[in-house]
Write a protein that binds this ligand. Structure first.
Ligand code: NAP
Ligand code: MG
Length: 405
């Protein structure tokens, strides 16, 4: 069978530990036999980041902006313990995801991969709920202080023109705490664009929620910018039969719990931080969660939401068998290859990516899964726990049959 062609290379960001092992297995078993894979390869493994003084991370992000699509393996963000584990490190290198996000920009969308045999904690949820978290400003870039005596605080903005604008925060009669937060209209607008574009790309409804009844100016600005931007996407939304829906955060929370899922929920920074942990936990497993960074210009980077699965890696190094779930990493690859196929108009590549995902679902629905999932299946379903290699081989068998049809 002829291999499926590619035109533009995909940016490939290799990573660390157990996910690096899975990365190679996925390529060898599920991609290279079928696709004439073209990638621009960047080794973001910790030791190569150290050897290049982290230039490789910057280069990979610039390549992503140039080529438009990247697939990333999980990477170690060194903490103190890692500095002791890897004495050759000359610096405590920053989080690669943070570096990439600051260069590429954009919004992170996190979505669970849902299967029949594992039910979410919320019984009504049937389809994935994707959380889009605004990743700039608010309390994450705020200042705060404590004061002890009675007095008054004001908030003052000094314009470059010399003009000033002030508002009284509060007059207090005793010790108090204070906080000053901000956001940028440009960042809010980029967030809105990324959300509308991702809703179109994935053909899902978009919900957005804030607390604009209380924060009338601050959250009101978010609501207003989303409404303005929606005008540019409205025709496409109507053509696809998807909707944009704004509601108060309290109302959104209640609706989410009663919903069937199958939409994107855009959240302000803090809401997204908290709600993404709640939603992902309720869906079951971090190993089944995908993460996509989408920039306003459409640049896209796909990855798994989980880390490098260190404990499994050390078992692997000792020659012990591992049963590490590769689903989210496989979906990062299928997502990147599908996007490349769409942009370069290669229907066979899109079809391959769809069949790869179908093969993963078929394998899981046949009850073949890694240990983390096997322990979670509902009564009435069968589950056979297999090792890391066995799971990927089972997917390959199904993929070969599908591609031969
Ligand atoms: P982790 O790698 O996500 O793993 C935490 C635990 O979750 C594992 O020990 C395992 O539990 C379970 N788990 C996660 N993914 C799994 C999978 N695919 N299959 C089966 N079980 C899975 O988080 P961590 O241990 O906190 O972090 C390890 C390293 O990853 C850190 O150095 C951190 O900096 C890095 N990290 C990177 C990213 C990224 O690149 N996006 C994200 C998060 C963390 P059991 O041991 O109980 O089986
Ligand atoms: Mg959090």
């Amino acid at each position: 069978m002829a291999k499926i062609p590619m035109k533009t290379p995909l940016v490939e960001m290799d990573g660390d530990e157990m996910t690096r092992i899975l990365w190679q297995m996925i390529k060898d078993e599920l991609i290279l036999p079928f696709v004439d894979l073209k990638t621009e390869y960047y080794d973001l493994g910790l030791l190569n980041r150290n050897a290049t003084k982290d230039q490789v991370t910057v280069d990979s992000a610039l390549a992503t902006k140039r080529l438009g699509v990247a697939v990333k393996c999980a990477t170690i963000t060194p903490n103190q313990q890692r500095m002791e584990e890897y004495p050759e490190l000359t610096e405590r290198w920053k989080s690669p995801n943070g570096t990439i996000r600051s260069i590429v920009g954009g919004t992170v969308f996190r979505a669970p991969i849902v299967i029949d045999s594992i039910k979410p904690a919320v019984k009504s949820w049937k389809k994935p709920i994707t959380i889009a978290r605004h990743a700039y400003g608010d309390v994450y870039k705020s200042v705060d202080m404590y004061t002890t005596e009675p007095g008054t605080a004001t908030l003052t903005f000094k314009g470059e023109s010399g003009a000033e604008k002030s508002v009284e925060v509060q007059t207090v009669n005793g010790p108090a705490v204070w906080q000053g937060a901000h956001n940028l209209e440009s960042s809010i607008r980029d967030f809105a664009k990324a959300c509308f574009q991702y809703a179109i790309d994935t053909k899902q409804d978009l919900w957005f929620s804030t607390k604009d009844t209380i924060a009338k100016v601050y959250d009101g600005e978010f609501k207003k910018v989303f409404e303005e931007e929606y005008e540019n996407y409205k025709a496409k939304f109507e053509e696809l039969g998807i909707t944009y829906f704004y509601t108060l955060i309290d109302d959104a929370v209640a609706r989410v719990i009663r919903s069937e899922g199958g939409y994107i929920w855009a959240c302000k920074n803090y809401d997204g931080d908290v709600m993404s942990d709640m939603v992902s936990t309720a869906f079951g497993s971090l190993a089944m969660m995908t993460s996509v960074l989408v920039a306003p210009d459409g640049t896209t980077e796909y990855e798994a939401a989980h880390g490098t699965v260190t404990k499994h890696y050390y078992k692997h190094l000792k020659g012990e068998e591992t049963s590490t779930n590769s689903v989210a990493t496989i979906f990062a690859w299928s997502g990147g290859l599908r996007k490349r196929g769409e942009l370069d108009e290669i229907p066979e590549l899109v079809d391959y990516a769809n069949k790869l995902e179908e093969s993963v679902f078929d394998t899981l629905n046949d009850g073949i899964m890694t240990k983390d999932l096997a322990g979670m299946v509902e009564p009435g379903y069968t589950a056979t726990a297999v090792n890391s290699e066995g799971f990927i081989k089972a997917i390959r068998e199904r993929l070969e049959k599908k591609l031969a049809q």
